[in-house]
Design a protein around this ligand. Sequence first.
Ligand code: NAD
Length: 662
Amino acid sequence: MVSEEIERVAVLGSGTMGHGIAEVVAIAGYDVTIHDVDADALADAIDNIESSLEKLEESDSIDVSPAQALEAIGTTSVLEEAVVDSDLVVEAAPERLSLKQEIFSDLDDLAPNGTILATNTSSLSISEIASATERPGDVVGMHFFNPPVKMELVEVVRGDATRDETVEASMSFVESIEKTPIEVRKDVRGFVVNSILEPFIDEPAWMVSEGIATVREADAAMVHRRGYPMGPFELSDLTGIDVNYHIRTEANIPVPPIMERKVEQGTLGRKSGEGYYEYDSGPGADYESDDCEGFDTLRVEARMVNEAAKLVGNDVATVEDIDIGSRLGTNFPEGPCRRGDEIGLDTVLEKLRTLSRETDAPRYEPAPHLERLVDAGNTGVDAGSGFYEYDDVEATDGDQYATDGGSEYRTINYTVTERGVLEIELDRPDRLNALSIDLKDECLDLLETVDVDQIRCVTIEGAGNRAFCAGADITEFEQKRPVDVMDVSSFHEEIYDFPRPVIAKIDGYCLGGGCELALACDLRIATTDSTFGQPEIRLGLIPGGGATQRLVRLVGETRAKELVYRGNQIDATTAEEWGLVNRAVEPNAFEDTVEAFLADIVEGPPVGLEVAKKVINGGQDVHYEAALLLESQGYGLLKSTEDVAEGTAAFLEDREPEFTGE
Ligand code: NAD
């Protein structure tokens, strides 16, 4: 959906970032004009956008056709033509302050009053760029990540003079192009994401430079012990060691000797065939899980947590935004605030103090905010509070629940609506809502503590627009004990046994653990954009959470075995034909279909529905005769309820019944 204030967008610079930004903006339905001083670069940009759009269409990732999106994009090598009627300009020219200042000074003359002037700079000061204009209040950082079509995060950065309205309109615009904005409230070097990434890259490089670790040990430990998607040296080789080196030297940050040596030798990473690893004449980043023994990961993570504490303490960003930024911007499994809380902030502080004493290097100096948290006893998860609060949700009454009560949890959101629908949202869109241990614990906690009397029905859906839930969180497999990962049954059984009907609202991937979760619900309604599958066999595993049994019951042995043995995905229409879902409907009919189910259920008799669920579910586990006995007991029990008296009276009086659950 396009933003109300912004209709026409100009993107300046058509290189790696500019063409990608123009593409996502056009996909979202805006008119875009790309400007570049180099006509060949403009032609390349259109070619790149076209082939990227075709790939997105093939993978069913866009709602518009490539032709529609391309039609919305114009190009020009004349700056004035691009910006003269623009509501937003996003500058993505090379990373040189003087060049950007020149461009912004021209914009001051050429862009209409009120146009938002955004820069995609990664490392320059927004305020210094803004100082080249007479309207610094309209200048803002809009830091996309590479490649913009894939990366969901955008940092919206305030310069010293940026107006609130500029930030608000920029945040709404970013949301309208289906990206996640985080607000960076102060113009600090590296903004949020690169501030956290810097110690991840640099501290291992200091340790290798000191001769107390090897490149392989560091990468193996950070990946296999701590769950990061890539080792710090492997990542440096990918980005270019020279890129990291120049950012540090320009900001007067001490450079680890090994980084400097690599730049002097011209072994800059993948692009030069050799960096920390050998690519042309060797196997590349060939570290293995056995290599990680002995590496001090705490030294690296303590610095990352310390950077996060500086950002929070200096009011640069909220705890939540720092963690969202790190997860979406770098694919880290967890943000540094949550990680710090898990490690224990007292442990982190102690480590920093020891390093500070031993080396006298300023980079270990503890952030005052970290010291304050520890002094106040807020040392993390074990203490019940740290960067976050971890106190259990108290069983609350319906009135309290009738508001958005999601703040106690990090991986789910929930609301109880006035008519008693407990709406649960799995909130890990960057991980396609994968079922982490935390997410399952939080759902369990919610279902165990919620006041059931206030609830008529539960819905479960996934955040973002790509997945209901794409499976178990595989990054946890390495870190947790096997028994932690295997213990899936209590989570699924809690949902299966919850005394109210549970509806899975499925839009997007519903795979592996996600499919298992949907199977544990009573009803499943899906958009035709959804796909289903049990791919566990490809990892050498089988489905868990009761899915092997529930699948057989729902779709029959033949189809269950096909899904489990082949590990393939099926589309929603097939899932409906097979009886895996109750309805598969076009996306625009999805909410109405869910509402039709909800309307019947929330008006229905709560006790009757509870007994129906118990009898249908329980009856499947026992012999037929025993199941019939269960049914007749349920029937007998219901006969004595006020709801049945009300239902019968309403029928006779030809009116709608008003069930109370008595
Ligand atoms: P790039 O070199 O790929 O593209 C820059 C483009 O700008 C080129 O096509 C060039 O011809 C054009 N250009 C040069 N002078 C210009 C001018 N005066 N007006 C208009 N266009 C001009 O660079 P990039 O990697 O796309 O980076 C662009 C900006 O985005 C930089 O500020 C960079 O720091 C930032 N950024 C880059 C990445 C990344 O991973 N590449 C990620 C986030 C942010």
